[in-house]
Write a protein that binds this ligand. Structure first.
Ligand SMILES: *[C@@H]1O[C@H](CO)[C@@H](O)[C@H](O)[C@H]1NC(C)=O
Ligand SMILES: *[C@@H]1O[C@H](CO)[C@@H](O)[C@H](O)[C@H]1NC(C)=O
Ligand SMILES: *[C@@H]1O[C@H](CO)[C@@H](O)[C@H](O)[C@H]1NC(C)=O
Ligand SMILES: *[C@@H]1O[C@H](CO)[C@@H](O)[C@H](O)[C@H]1NC(C)=O
Ligand SMILES: *[C@@H]1O[C@H](CO)[C@@H](O)[C@H](O)[C@H]1NC(C)=O
Ligand SMILES: *[C@@H]1O[C@H](CO)[C@@H](O)[C@H](O)[C@H]1NC(C)=O
Ligand SMILES: CC(=O)N[C@H]1CO[C@H](CO)[C@@H](O)[C@@H]1O
Length: 582
């Protein structure tokens, strides 16, 4: 298998790559990344919104999960029209989250715990309250061309200015906003308060490179780059053709147009490469390895281009959303295999794969595929070769929370209106973290929360799951633990469809603790014999961790020829690999 060979080569490179007394240059390739949505982890000042002190207080718990690197959704100064994805100053912390001193304390606490920190950077636009935009709108140099300004096409029958073209905002409605002051339209691909930066202007690129430099010097370990596909627009500013998408609910929704001109332009890669250059320069001068991860484009080929080519590395890894997109309640074993291979086979040789099961923009995993199968997905994702990216709350199997129209906060929900908001709102996956069964799930000592707490907090919370003999939390910790084994970092990877219902794979390194992951997509118990599929396995294996509904549990021994899997459940089985893997 082509894949096996390239992984074996990678493993060799990894073994010889670590120099004595230096930082492991490969740390980012197999790390577990944990996304914190700062508004919702812990509120220490009682205003109902999470804060940096709350994150600092949570670090011992996050460390106990076995994760390696925290990535923080944005905490920069912001009017919060899009909850921090509208930045008003890339160099300061928003007072909602705390002070600069709070940030320094958080960073120091993270470092002292042996963890790392990635910041979220949003280069596609700023807030309209950013000083650059205010001056640009006033026509003050050098800011005049920092944003995408276009003249009106005239006045319509109702006396309104006609926008330059038909482009739509990702949050619905025209992507153009008229400025009375400047007497021109500006482009905003998201909310009206998020004007798009103009990367055709070299000053804008230089400003953004300085933002990267600043945070690297502060000591962060890298960045997650938000929505890079939107950085650049086609220079002709032509109307986009209709998408004719039958699932698009309204003509002013983003899905109504085919985004040939506002997304995925070739120049996107040049801009990202310019960001990578800053990271490489910093590495060269400091010897510290920093990482860039990014959102992905919808198209696999375009996404792979984010990795760069043989001579030019760009993003260390763009997010792999295929497990989110292609695993659902009716997915069978061949479909999961296909979802896994789709990325691995397309990825340039020697680059870092990764797996995302959820984030602040997607419904929660446990709600999408059910509680049992959610943890089975975790077993698969944690042991696959590459980086693992977790979203806060997955370790508890947190579920989507019902948020009424009146309680809705997300602009993508609000813009859709009371009839359609549930199709678009991302609030359900952003509700407060569930610490215990006290008021507001222990998230705050205040009297309200910015989004409602899920009613299931009485059972689904850290305290209860710590108490339980077996819980998603305990399974999650075991899974994070597997990633400290050399076999999961660098071992071989052999993926097999056992039958339509059951998927299995091994991670093996000769003479080392190695693993078999086996997952059942069926809604009934199944018994399988994998001894012929994996002839190098010993005849019996030890349960490293198991689904909550599994009859066999951690520490039990199972026969390779008769493995019993519960409905929608999975097992991670350990063994010592033989010296020579067949
Ligand atoms: C003018 O306003 C009316 C009523 O709001 C609306 O139906 C019509 O589409 C508008 N015309 C244009 C050219 O925008
Ligand atoms: C959208 O644009 C792409 C690229 O130009 C084209 O291949 C595709 O057929 C278009 N889709 C529709 C629905 O027009
Ligand atoms: C590799 O990528 C760089 C930067 O995007 C580009 O300039 C160069 O032409 C590419 N090389 C090849 C062989 O495609
Ligand atoms: C579920 O995922 C499979 C692929 O894994 C896909 O073929 C099927 O259409 C999906 N079903 C639904 C209801 O989304
Ligand atoms: C998938 O199954 C789970 C558990 O049975 C259920 O809660 C969830 O609503 C289902 N999801 C969909 C999209 O049907
Ligand atoms: C609430 O108050 C209790 C008692 O002082 C404290 O232990 C707890 O950490 C506080 N919770 C939060 C979220 O600040
Ligand atoms: C793909 C996408 O929508 N990316 C981000 C770009 O910026 C907006 C607005 O701030 C974010 O909400 C998006 O996640």
């Amino acid at each position: 298998m082509k894949l096996l060979t390239s992984l074996a080569l990678l493993a060799t490179a990894l073994l010889f790559g670590v120099a004595c007394g230096q930082e492991d240059p490969n740390w980012y390739k197999t790390a577990t990344y944990y996304q914190v949505y700062p508004r919702s982890l812990k509120d220490t000042n009682g205003d109902g919104i999470g804060d940096l002190k709350g994150i600092t207080e949570s670090i011992p718990f996050l460390k106990s999960l076995g994760v390696d690197c925290i990535w923080l959704s944005p905490i920069y100064k912001s009017p919060m029209k899009d909850f921090g994805y509208d930045i008003a100053d890339f160099y300061t912390i928003d007072p909602i989250f705390g002070t600069w001193e709070d940030f320094e304390e958080l960073l120091a606490t993270i470092k002292a715990a042996g963890l790392r920190l990635l910041m979220d950077l949003i280069p596609n636009h700023t807030s309209n309250e950013h000083e650059w935009f205010i001056k640009s709108e006033q026509g003050v140099q050098p800011y005049v061309d920092y944003y995408v300004w276009k003249p009106s096409k005239g006045i319509d029958a109702n006396g309104s200015q006609i926008p330059p073209n038909n482009w739509l905002s990702a949050f619905a409605g025209s992507a153009w906003k008229w400025s009375d002051r400047r007497q021109m339209f500006y482009l905003h691909q998201f909310t009206v308060e998020q004007p798009d930066l103009n990367y055709r202007n070299p000053l804008v690129l230089a400003e953004m490179q300085n933002v990267f430099r600043f945070w690297l010097q502060i000591g962060v370990d890298g960045f997650r780059i938000d929505a890079p596909a939107h950085i650049w627009e086609h220079e002709d500013f032509l109307d986009e053709p209709p998408s004719n998408d039958p699932n698009c609910p309204a003509p002013d929704q983003f899905c109504a147009l085919n985004h040939t001109y506002v997304k995925d332009q070739d120049e996107v890669y040049d801009i990202l490469y310019a960001f990578r250059t800053v990271v490489d320069e910093f590495e060269a001068s400091s010897g510290e390895i920093k990482v860039l991860m990014s959102e992905a484009s919808g198209d696999l080929g375009l996404t792979m281009r984010y990795y760069g080519n043989d001579t030019h590395n760009i993003i260390h890894f763009p997010f792999n959303f295929y497990l989110i997109w292609e695993i659902n309640n009716s997915t069978n074993a061949p479909s999961i295999e296909a979802a896994i291979l789709r990325w691995l086979e397309a990825m340039p040789v020697g680059r870092t794969a990764n797996y995302v099961l959820g984030n602040h923009d997607n419904g929660r995993l446990a709600s999408r595929v059910g509680r049992e199968f959610a943890m089975t997905n975790q077993m698969i994702a944690f042991l696959l070769p590459g980086a693992m990216i977790s979203y806060m709350g997955e370790e508890l199997n947190m579920e989507n929370t019902f948020v009424s129209w009146e309680q809705t906060q997300d602009p993508q929900g609000c813009n859709a209106g009371p009839e359609l908001y549930t199709l678009f709102s991302r609030d359900p996956e952003r509700t407060p973290y569930q610490w215990d069964d006290s008021a507001f799930a222990g998230f705050t000592n205040g009297s309200s929360t910015w989004l409602p707490v899920n009613e299931n907090y009485v059972n689904v919370n850290v305290a209860a799951e710590e108490q339980a003999t077996l819980s998603p939390l305990k399974i999650y910790r075991r899974l994070a633990e597997t990633r400290k084994f050399e076999s999961v970092k660098t071992g071989s990877f052999d993926l097999r469809v056992v039958n339509d219902d059951v998927l299995a794979f091994t991670r093996q390194l000769p003479g080392e603790v190695s693993f078999l992951v086996i997952a059942n997509t069926a809604y009934n118990t199944v018994t399988v014999d994998v001894s012929a599929l994996f002839p190098s396995l010993p005849s019996s294996l030890t349960v490293f961790t198991a689904s909550e509904n599994s009859a066999i549990q951690e520490g039990d021994t199972v026969l390779t020829s008769a493995i019993i899997l519960p409905s929608r459940g999975g097992l991670v089985l350990s063994f010592i690999a033989v010296d020579k893997i067949i």
